[in-house]
Design a protein around this ligand. Structure first.
Ligand SMILES: Cc1cc2nc3c(=O)[nH]c(=O)nc-3n(C[C@H](O)[C@H](O)[C@H](O)COP(=O)(O)OP(=O)(O)OC[C@H]3O[C@@H](n4cnc5c(N)ncnc54)[C@H](O)[C@@H]3O)c2cc1C
Length: 353
């Protein structure tokens, strides 16, 4: 008999944590905690678009999306807009447009009853013991603790697990800010570039009658740069960006190289999804990375029985995700350097116009 309360503790139930909890063999005693998904919790800021890569991951996992998770319209193309040159091009890109909170809750609903789920449970301390870990969390006004053999950090960009065990490991981070408006003019989905205010891309998306405008900015002076960009987008691209009804902001990672990805350690701490730094540095698409990295870790737990072998399996079988980050970084100059971007937009290469 194991002396631990649980074999595996999953911290965070976004797409990465939920998918892992769903896939783990029930021979493991698993607990999964998330500080959100309760009455008072704040919803995660997100574009809520499922890229083709994420759709492929869901198909592989045999997960299908119920219609009440979808929002209108479903998106078939993206318009690329350059604020500086006012150039526009449209590219075919089929996205599934969904309500991110409902999508996350749907994934949680797929977790089998063998996993103990604690929602509204904020993990505040993890101590490494001689063997295993002791986890403390706050829920319902109380602090509770338990012991576990393995810890999985699936707790997103600002991962508490990563900050606890890998203090010196830095992953480049930005601040994502997005605002909701009631105007519903076109374009339905656009990727916006403005070298004056950010070296990352911004976006506009329609969702059930709302228009969302957002972008990622370097942490210093992010709010001011967002406001300047909005003014420029309104003036130069005629975007309807007055009187927002809601403003959301959070940290988003943008790895500078695949080496910035932090997978955990052979001591029994593993990181998956954005907590590990798995996210596209060009488009901030992160759901496919979350689903894929969690699938591989579940397979590692199924196939191996000690922490070193699990870690090695996880590292080896997620090399394609680090390679994907490398490829996205190669694409960055064509998206973010004004001269190259202008060439691409002028050429119309792969555009549908
Ligand atoms: C503004 C914005 C727009 C985006 N748009 C898209 C998009 O359209 N498509 C796309 O594919 N990706 C998008 N992304 C990226 C995507 O949201 C993430 O990469 C993805 O959610 C990562 O999934 P995850 O499960 O790793 O982490 P998350 O989804 O971030 O989940 C982490 C979970 O951990 C919980 N948690 C955190 N700390 C604790 C703690 N201490 N105790 C307990 N629980 C904790 C949180 O409540 C959360 O539920 C966007 C990101 C941002 C910021």
């Amino acid at each position: 008999m194991s002396t631990f309360d649980y074999d595996i503790a999953i911290i965070g139930l976004g797409p990465a944590g939920s998918n892992l909890a769903r896939m783990l063999p029930n021979s493991y005693r698993t607990i999964a905690l998330d500080k959100g998904f309760c009455e008072k919790s704040i919803k995660k800021p997100c574009g809520g678009l499922l890229s083709e890569a994420a759709q492929k991951c869901l198909a592989k996992l045999d997960i299908h999306i119920p219609s009440d998770v979808l929002v209108s319209p479903q998106i078939l193309s993206v318009q690329v807009l350059d604020i500086n040159t006012r150039r526009k091009r449209r590219y075919m890109r089929p996205y599934i447009n969904l309500d991110r909170d409902k999508f996350d809750r749907y994934l949680i609903s797929l977790i089998p009853s063998s996993v103990e789920i604690r929602l509204g449970a904020w993990v505040s301390q993890i101590k490494e013991l001689e063997e295993g870990f002791m986890v403390s969390y706050h829920a319902d006004g109380e602090t509770r603790t338990f012991t576990t053999k393995y810890i999985v950090g699936a707790d997103g960009a600002n991962s508490f697990v990563r900050r606890t065990f890998f203090k010196n490991h830095k992953i480049r981070s930005y601040v994502a800010i997005q605002q909701w408006f009631t105007d519903t003019d076109k374009p339905y989905f656009s990727a916006v570039y403005d070298k004056k205010t950010s070296d990352a891309c911004s976006w506009s998306i329609h969702k059930d009658g709302y228009f969302i405008y957002g972008g990622a900015f370097k942490p210093n002076d992010c709010r001011r740069q967002f406001e300047i960009q909005k003014l420029r987008a309104a003036q130069r691209l005629c975007m309807p960006l007055e009187s927002p009804i809601k403003t959301e902001a959070c940290m988003v990672l943008r790895p500078k190289s695949p080496a910035e990805v932090c997978l955990g350690a052979s001591s029994g701490v593993f990181l998956i999804g954005e907590a590990a730094g798995y996210i596209s540095p060009s488009s901030f698409e992160g759901i496919s990375f979350a689903l894929d990295s969690s699938r591989v870790l579940a397979e590692a737990f199924l196939d191996k029985s000690d922490s070193l072998s699990i870690f090695k399996y996880y590292k080896a079988h997620t090399s394609h995700l680090r390679f994907k980050i490398f490829l996205r970084l190669l694409r960055c100059p064509f998206m973010f350097r004004q001269f190259l971007r202008s060439l691409v937009l002028m050429s119309g290469f792969t555009s549908i116009e």
